[in-house]
Design a protein around this ligand. Structure first.
Ligand SMILES: *[C@@H]1O[C@H](CO)[C@@H](O)[C@H](O)[C@H]1NC(C)=O
Ligand SMILES: *[C@@H]1O[C@H](CO)[C@@H](O)[C@H](O)[C@H]1NC(C)=O
Ligand SMILES: *[C@@H]1O[C@H](CO)[C@@H](O)[C@H](O)[C@H]1NC(C)=O
Length: 379
């Protein structure tokens, strides 16, 4: 939160900037009063919050796969805030386009951008099945058996098998649209040994097991068909970046017995009284930071911030912890020296979603915990 406040002060600062040394994350090592230097240091730190060292460089206008756009809109609201934290199993979804662009039903995906520590939860091959060519549409087969194989290196495995079956399904011959095959095992083995990634091979057979006429059952390739129908690998992973989220324990904080001690106070009647602890807007604009080139959605988000005082008596609307209630009493009664008023801080935090291009220009959806102050309380 301090980081975002730095942002607030950098991007919207004018006359009333607070002491830079207090806000500067590098103040212990390097003191700087240069606003430009401080801005770039702050942006670098913000990038770290998003798990990156350098902003990805994107060349030209790139189109995100419709699947990823739809997925983003399913998990996130317009501001990028997660609608339902249980919708995605992990916190990362990566998409890859086939790099072979072969005329054959062979595919290969470069997974070099997946980090070592990332846990592979599910991997899917998405193929767009085209309509059968009209001239060949009369056929006695109504279904075909579509099988996806992992291509094996026979010199390594010491076996005669050159491919391993990953997934197989009956598909109506006349259907058109996306077909999804689970290939998790293959991707896990590729992650263990990069050199074993020799790609995938798709075989279409009749129900009797004979080869099917490939002019009849066709899948879009990256070479001959529109970009929106390109073969794609979709990887659901988790990078293990789980922080001490308040989301799960937020409610227990609120159920204190403080109301028995203190009654809430209507501050509006007390003229000149400090504003009570409250949530205020704090918009982080990705365009202003210069990140709009690689972030597809959202354009920015409201992180909110917590501001205000926490004086005795702390009412339920202040969402105090029992500890804060006691501290406010000690403070009010001046029982001990050096005890401050409780602090106004976020007591519930929400995650946001980013849809962005990575270094290899693959589209990634990632969830970041604890990015938006859901409510404020006295702690
Ligand atoms: C401090 O400044 C020096 C010289 O300008 C630089 O080499 C160093 O990396 C800086 N340290 C940090 C933590 O920014
Ligand atoms: C490969 O298989 C053959 C016959 O099964 C066996 O003799 C040989 O030792 C195996 N080689 C390796 C490297 O496993
Ligand atoms: C995969 O992509 C990376 C860059 O994104 C590149 O350095 C590497 O050579 C590629 N690997 C293959 C096998 O094409």
């Amino acid at each position: 939160m301090i980081l975002l406040l730095i942002f607030g002060s950098l991007l919207w600062s004018a006359a009333s900037r607070p002491s830079p040394n207090y806000l500067n994350p590098y103040s212990e090592e390097n003191e700087t009063d240069d606003p430009e230097e401080m801005r770039s240091a702050a942006i670098k730190r913000l990038l770290e919050v998003f798990g990156m060292e350098d902003p990805p460089s994107i060349h030209g206008h790139k189109q995100a796969p419709q699947y990823m756009l739809d997925l983003y809109n399913t998990v996130a609201d317009v501001d990028g805030v997660t609608k339902d934290p249980y919708l995605l199993e992990g916190n990362t979804v990566r998409s890859f386009f086939d790099k072979l662009r072969s005329e054959q039903v062979e595919f290969s995906f470069n997974l070099s951008t997946v980090s070592r520590g990332e846990k592979i939860l599910t991997a899917e091959l998405h193929l767009f099945k085209l309509r059968p060519q009209a001239t060949l549409a009369f056929n006695r087969h109504h279904f075909c058996q579509v099988s996806v194989y992992q291509v094996l290196d026979t010199s390594k495995t010491n076996s005669t098998q050159d491919k391993k079956l990953l997934s197989s399904r009956l598909i109506p011959v006349h259907s058109t649209g996306w077909e999804v095959f689970t290939i998790t095992q293959a991707v896990r083995s590729w992650m263990m040994d990069e050199g074993s990634n020799l790609g995938l091979h798709v075989v279409v057979r009749t129900l009797g097991g004979n080869p099917f006429d490939m002019k009849l059952v066709r899948f879009a390739s990256g070479r001959n068909h529109h970009q929106s129908k390109q073969p794609m690998l979709v990887l659901f992973t988790d990078d293990g970046r789980r922080s001490t989220s308040l989301e799960s324990r937020g409610t227990s904080f609120m159920s204190g017995s403080s109301s028995r001690i203190a009654r809430s106070v209507d501050y509006s009647e007390e003229s000149g009284a400090p504003t009570p602890c409250q949530r205020h807007p704090l918009y982080v604009d990705f365009e202003e930071i210069g990140w709009s080139g690689w972030i597809i959605s959202p354009r920015g988000y409201n992180a909110y911030h917590c501001k205000g005082s926490c004086p005795f008596p702390l009412g339920q609307n202040m969402r105090p912890t029992n500890h804060a209630t006691v501290q406010s009493i000690i403070y009010a009664l001046k029982l001990l020296k050096g005890v401050e008023m409780p602090c106004c801080v976020p007591d519930k935090l929400f995650s946001i979603n980013l849809l962005y291009f990575d270094d290899a220009e693959n589209v990634v959806l990632k969830q970041y915990n604890d990015m938006v102050a859901g409510s404020c309380g006295c702690h």
